[in-house]
Design a protein. Sequence first.
Length: 336
Amino acid sequence: MPALRDAVAADPARHRVLTGERPTGPLHLGHLLGTIVERVRLQRAGVETVVILADYQVITDREVAQRLPEYVRGAVLDQLAAGLDPQDTTFFVHSGVPALNQLMLPFLSLVSEAELHRNPTVRAEHALSGRALSGLMLTYPVHQAADILFCNADLVPVGKDQLPHVELTRVIARRFAERYAPVFRVPEPMLTDAPDIPGLDGQKMSKSRGNAIVLGMSPDETAALIRKARTDSDRRITVDPDNRPGVFGLLSTAALCTGRTPSEIAEEVGDGGAGLLKKVTTEAVNTYLAPHRARRAELAAEPGLVEEILERGNERANAIADATLDEVREAMGMRY
């Protein structure tokens, strides 16, 4: 990984990053600290950045895509507020780029059913959904491969849990080259340096668990959410993620927002109990997010801004996808 980072730093213009969001809900503090800050860093370093709003993937584990326009718009606003520049970053939606989705057909012929069933993310998401395994969920990793390969991205920032997806993408790129022609670059995963970010209950921060601080919340909404966080009756605040997950979630959140450690926050609160810890955490979060929220409000007030950015991004993504699909048809002998 250090060698890859050095190579990117030495010649950022040679690289293209594909990253994005599945807009199943509003973005939260975990998204900002875990992935978005890395996108901003790469963009500012001079790496071409492509951000997908994967609206089709919303229905992999649910029947309908509720409030989808709101979540897509909010995701764009939050990423703009965090520092992504639409002049340097391409934002687009799955459903707006038909040629990208058409790549799934030849890609599906390159993988086995067993390979799809073995994917740990598919298994985990299926178990969490409580629903029968849909064909779209089963082929979710192949759809992600199409996302990455359609634009010949060679860098994919991921956490450790996403490595199997990138590895399958690498397999598909190689198998296509072996069977037809070397159309695609084989992408490299870029493991992010972001720390693990627990939610307010100490579990993984998640939209579905209700333990996440949404970026678009007001300061009062943030304070109300933190007040409801479950802790315990021990007044002495200590770092004990296994036995005091709620306390640890609050300590971690305050620490990440202040650049300190959970131990330092715990020492500061001391015997002040959960009430003081919640007050300290609320102040830390609201102070940290204040510039983001102010910028987001400014952007949200600009009529048609998000629509214009997505229209421009979809147009560029379509041009790239159409050219790639032409190459694929040529390689497969399907130009008639």
